[in-house]
Design a protein around this ligand. Structure first.
Ligand code: PGA
Length: 264
């Protein structure tokens, strides 16, 4: 018979998105899935949480072939701003959906920084994601300087406003969209915002999204989420989950982040 502890369900289902970036090879991505899909499915059953893995493009289809209906789901780290055609090296949102993705990250700060993605690119990508019926995970966040100048809210508002208009005007409105607030200065730095600052941002984000769009949304935080800080970050009011980079690469740390509220 199972103990009462092992039966305990998390009080509020949360969302955990693993962004592997280009940190795992094709072989390592497939091996991670082969070794840990069942363990993750078990954790999902135990906690009631949602888990989404964003591997590199090539690993999406083989990992999808290993997934069951109640385990983790797949997301893409990016998609083309075009729907179809002669765009050498690009991958369309519709192909990502066909390969097994249900989600797509749009506008991660590394895409803006290393590939000069503009807000116009992101708007096209969002439209393509919606056409392909992928749930967009809109990444937003301010730089260290903007943070120091107290301009966070103004920056986030500018990044989001037009994207929400696109969601509202979509021919087929999505059932939901996600926003991942990732302060650029927190990504990979080991630094996270103070709990009160997170509270203020997410309180504002919830109010802003409710006011600007009738579509349901989920709010995530990303940037140096680790097993040691996950429970306190997840306790932030209005926060529905986290987007995890480096701490999602090893199963043990990813799993303990997902179980943070059970372990705390
Ligand atoms: P990090 O990355 O968890 O390694 O800071 C987060 C992200 O870039 O999404």
């Amino acid at each position: 018979m199972k103990s009462a502890k092992s039966k305990k369900k998390a009080l509020t289902p949360k969302i955990f998105v693993a962004n592997w970036k280009m940190n795992k090879s094709y072989d390592d991505s497939v091996l991670f899935a082969r070794n840990h899909i069942n363990d993750l499915a078990q954790t999902i059953l135990q906690t009631g949480h949602t888990v989404i893995i964003c591997p590199n493009y090539l690993a999406i289809a083989p990992i999808n072939a290993m997934l069951g209906s109640s385990g983790p789901m797949l997301g893409a780290q990016n998609c083309s701003r075009h729907g179809f055609g002669s765009y050498t090296g690009d991958t369309a949102a519709s192909s990502l959906a066909q390969a097994g993705c249900r989600y797509v990250l749009i506008g991660h700060s590394e895409r803006k920084r290393f590939y000069a993605e503009t807000s116009i690119d992101l708007e096209h990508k969002l439209k393509e994601a919606l056409k392909a019926e992928l749930i967009p995970i809109l990444c937003i966040g301010e730089s260290e300087q903007e943070h120091a100048e107290g301009r966070t809210r103004e920056i986030l508002e500018a990044q989001l406003a037009h994207q929400l208009e696109i969601i509202n005007a979509a021919p087929t409105q999505p059932t939901t969209y996600f926003i991942a607030y990732e302060p650029i200065w927190a990504i990979g730095s080991g630094i996270t915002p103070e709990p009160h600052d997170l509270f203020v941002i997410f309180h504002w984000l919830a109010e802003f999204c409710t006011r600007k769009s009738p579509v349901a949304y989920k709010l995530l935080y990303g940037g140096s989420v680790k097993p040691a800080n996950a429970a306190s970050i997840l306790a932030t009011k209005h926060l529905d989950g986290v987007l995890i980079g480096s701490a999602s690469l090893e199963f043990a740390s990813f799993d303990s982040i997902i179980k943070a509220d059970l372990l705390s």
